[in-house]
Ligand binder design. Structure first.
Ligand code: ASP
Length: 326
């Protein structure tokens, strides 16, 4: 009797494995959805849509983007972690996936193990910007103004755990003054309100801000990485302009849920690599000061290593700041 049962289990297991292998072989045979945990029109959305465009060409199936917003990106991440691991639901997220691991003391997934990483995608500096008629004209004036006016100054972020939250937290710690934080679902809507002069300040990836800065539609004070950007040569680094050691850069990655078959992951990795080499996509990324990942970086191993290292790097900083989202 026991032997019969064991045989049945074995047959079922072999059947499932064969089915999985077959499913992997004709992958993809229907559209793929990339979940973006922030609103349309923001930098994460832009990166995801460019990647999707390139992957569609290689995979011969539509790669669609769905904005699954809220709770600093954790709603989208949760949906991705719980999705069927068949390669048809993916996630594009940034550094916020690693900071949320500490900012949120209760998450329905374990950040380091819930995903099957596919590839690092991009890296971009952030920029500190204000509405076009904001009184301060450079970073020194901004710091003096914010220190004087404190909570009268409104700072928009894309929710607790967003990169803009992280940048704002570092800024307020650096100037030792609390501003009024206004949470949004992403930097797309924030940019609209900044241009409409409904909000004072934000910090956002150059991916989203290069256009409005160049067109002088917003005031720009600094970039948050060590070197100036070629296409915004007049914009100083925060460090140069007086905030010593102020540094944030935003990396993006693409993930599948844990348990996605290795053959499916391999197919997705190849499609992402191809997308990141597509001359049209590279040119677009260059225009918006966003570095595409190299072939060596666009791998599951590089993304897993980055995610693990960033979870470990931010944990003590967030714990020391004592700021939690829940
Ligand atoms: N840049 C945003 C952030 O602060 C999110 C986005 O809209 O892409 O994380």
């Amino acid at each position: 009797m026991r032997q019969l049962a064991t045989t049945a289990v074995l047959i079922a297991a072999i059947g499932a494995a064969t089915c999985g292998a077959a499913a992997a072989q004709d992958f993809p045979n229907r559209p793929i959805t990339i979940l973006v945990p922030f609103a349309a029109g923001g930098p994460t959305d832009t990166i995801a849509r460019l990647t999707a465009q390139g992957m569609t060409k290689t995979l011969g199936q539509q790669v669609l983007v769905e904005n699954a917003t809220g709770a600093g990106g954790t709603i989208g991440s949760t949906r991705a972690a719980r999705a069927t691991p068949d390669g048809y639901t993916l996630l594009v997220h940034h550094v916020g996936l690693s900071t949320a691991a500490t900012l949120y003391r209760k998450l329905p997934y374990d950040t380091k193990t819930a995903f099957a990483p596919i590839a690092l995608l991009t890296d971009a500096p952030m920029t500190i910007i204000a509405r076009p008629d904001f009184p301060a004209n450079n970073l020194k004036e901004l710091v003096a103004y914010a220190q004087r006016e404190g909570e009268k100054v409104t700072y928009a972020n894309a929710g607790l755990g967003a990169a803009s939250h992280l940048c704002g937290m570092l800024f307020q710690t650096a100037i030792q003054k609390q501003l009024t934080t206004v949470p949004y679902k992403g930097n797309g809507p924030i940019m609209n309100d900044l241009l409409g002069k409904q909000i004072d300040l934000t910090c956002d990836q150059a991916t989203n801000t290069t256009g409005p800065i160049t067109a002088k539609q917003v005031k720009a004070y600094a970039i948050t990485t060590k070197a100036r950007l070629k296409s915004l040569p007049d914009l100083p680094t925060a460090d140069e302009a007086g905030l010593q050691g102020f540094e944030v850069s935003v990396w993006h990655g693409i993930y599948a849920p844990k348990g996605t078959p290795p053959a499916v992951i391999a197919r997705l990795v190849a499609a992402v690599k191809q997308a990141l080499k597509d001359p049209l996509i590279v040119a677009r990324l260059n225009d918006i000061n966003t570095e595409p990942a190299s072939d060596q970086q666009a791998t599951p191993a590089a993304l897993q290593a980055k995610l693990d290292a960033e979870v470990d790097r931010w944990a003590p900083i967030i714990r020391a700041a004592g700021q939690y989202a829940d």
